[in-house]
Ligand binder design. Structure first.
Ligand SMILES: Nc1ncnc2c1ncn2[C@@H]1O[C@H](COP(=O)(O)OP(=O)(O)O)[C@@H](O)[C@H]1O
Ligand SMILES: [Mg+2]
Length: 267
């Protein structure tokens, strides 16, 4: 197969025999701004299938974070609906966890407490919650930093806490909103590789991942499929299967072809 034939938009062939884990159906949303309505999303639809890592890429202000919040149940869309494993989303669900660009840790809580917090509604005892949180901190490479406060941790370490907090509740769907964009380039690259390895490992049972990014190389490096969004009001411009084995070499001509194709769609 040549690179050109790989660069096909996805079709139902990705979905044969599979029900989507996430289905976004015709979602439109507006915000009021200075007494007028600004439409952010316009009839946006896409699916994420089991075992898929989908990247959502688009210009700044195109409504990517809004769409992620709608998927997580934090915002109710004006029109359309979201289904997680066939059930309509009508509020936050324990099946879905989010990793934020700005980490969103509570500064007066230790790393362990920040992670344990995600289990408050789990029905587990305090000891069980702590044991799970400790284990998850170890998984993300933070053994020995359980008692550290966010201000004592580097950006990369804070995002590891953010990941541990998202994963400790065993979610079906992991949402990530530009999780590497607050980090310096080297830390981001290192953490991307670790996250990819961790998500492929047997300990983490996340079914599907949806990551917002504005970094084309990051999308091509990590995702099985890239959904490209337009400017506001945003709709889906393209849905591209990245048919190329991982780990992906950024200097490989196929990698560069994918990056070029997505840049062209974005500009
Ligand atoms: N809660 C809100 N109230 C009003 N406007 C908002 C709100 N959230 C986002 N917006 C506006 O919606 C647009 C899309 O925002 P966002 O979803 O954050 O875009 P992106 O993540 O693609 O950069 C922006 O113009 C932003 O100012
Ligand atoms: Mg955003």
């Amino acid at each position: 197969m040549t690179a050109a034939t790989r660069l096909q938009p996805s079709d139902s062939s990705t979905a044969v025999g599979n029900l989507p884990v996430v289905a976004v159906n015709g979602v439109s949303h507006s915000f009021s701004h200075k007494k007028s309505l600004v439409q952010v999303l316009n009839d946006f639809s896409f699916e994420v299938y089991p075992k898929e890592f989908v990247a959502l890429i688009g210009p700044s202000g195109s409504g990517k974070s809004t769409l992620l919040r709608i998927v997580s149940g934090l915002i109710k869309p004006d029109k359309g609906e979201v289904y997680i494993e066939g059930r309509r989303v009508d509020g936050p669900s324990p099946k879905v966890s989010m990793v934020f660009q700005t980490f969103a840790l509570l500064p007066w809580f230790s790393a362990l407490e920040n992670v344990e917090m995600a289990l408050l509604k789990s029905g587990l005892t305090k000891e069980e919650r702590c044991a799970k949180a400790e284990h998850m901190l170890e998984q993300v490479g933070l053994k020995g930093f359980e008692r550290a406060y966010p201000k004592e941790l580097s950006g990369g370490m804070r995002q590891r806490v953010g990941l541990a907090r998202a994963l400790v509740s065993d979610p079906q769907v992991l949402l990530m909103d530009e999780p590497f964009s607050s980090l310096d380039a080297l830390t981001a690259e290192y953490l991307r590789n670790e996250v990819m390895m961790m998500l492929q490992g047997s300990e983490i049972r996340v079914k599907s991942i949806l990551m917002v990014t504005h970094n084309v190389e990051e999308a091509v490096e990590m995702a099985d499929r890239v959904v490209v969004c337009s400017h506001r009001p945003s709709h889906k411009v393209a849905d591209i299967v990245v048919d190329f084995p991982k780990p992906r070499n950024k200097r490989d001509p196929v990698f560069i072809e994918y990056v070029d194709q997505i840049y062209t769609l974005l500009t």
